[in-house]
Ligand binder design. Sequence first.
Ligand code: HEC
Ligand code: HEC
Length: 178
Amino acid sequence: MVSAWPASGDTLEARVAACLACHGEKGQSAVPDVPSLGAQPAFYLLIQLFMFRERMRVVEVMNRMTQGLSDDDLRSLADTIAKLPSPPPAGDPADPARMERAQALIEQHRCNFCHNRDYSGEQSVPRLAGQREDYLVRALREYKNNTRRAYDASMADVLYLINDEQILDLAYFLARVR
Ligand code: HEC
Ligand code: HEC
């Protein structure tokens, strides 16, 4: 799929199409471990693309995809992708006990303060609602074990007091929240 990356000088449309082959054309990813990007705040997308290009956030495929792109290229990609529709919540019936456990953790750690009441994110803080559960689990584990470098220390601080079982409940909830 990486070989489908268009040569520099190609149109924004061609670039976006290459991105959405992995991330999903309608804002929702169907690929394991690949995040949905629909309705992510444009500023969050821009920061992460910048961090990929500078290899501050190390993910081989994304480091390659952003190599050689200008700041303006990154901004156009971020602005275009932010306009995709938000991913719908996972459709299977939710286990009420797990949803309740997660909600208590969210109140306790104020996830819904930074990420917004409806988990839609804003500015440098990402949308979480309807994100793929597998990706959420991985992201949270990587903040906790310090393998994901972040824009600021918010998430490392938050996860200090959260264990792996709680990470699984939080991801379960956020993938299903309406
Ligand atoms: C071959 C598949 C693939 C392609 C093509 C691809 N990505 Fe990604 N992208 C990924 C994966 C996998 C991750 C998650 C990395 C991780 O686990 O942290 C990711 C992460 C991201 C993130 C971070 C999302 C978040 O919630 O933090 C953004 C933004 C992004 N990609 C944008 C793009 C853009 C823009 C393009 C096109 C220039 C693109 N991607 C092309 C696979 C791909
Ligand atoms: C003090 C503000 C703050 C609080 C509280 C907070 N977050 Fe975050 N969160 C952020 C910021 C900022 C980022 C982006 C960091 C980066 O650059 O990677 C983030 C990123 C994330 C991501 C990565 C999403 C993606 O698309 O890659 C997840 C998942 C997440 N937070 C979940 C949570 C959960 C669950 C809680 C509560 C247990 C929480 N956050 C509490 C500010 C916060």
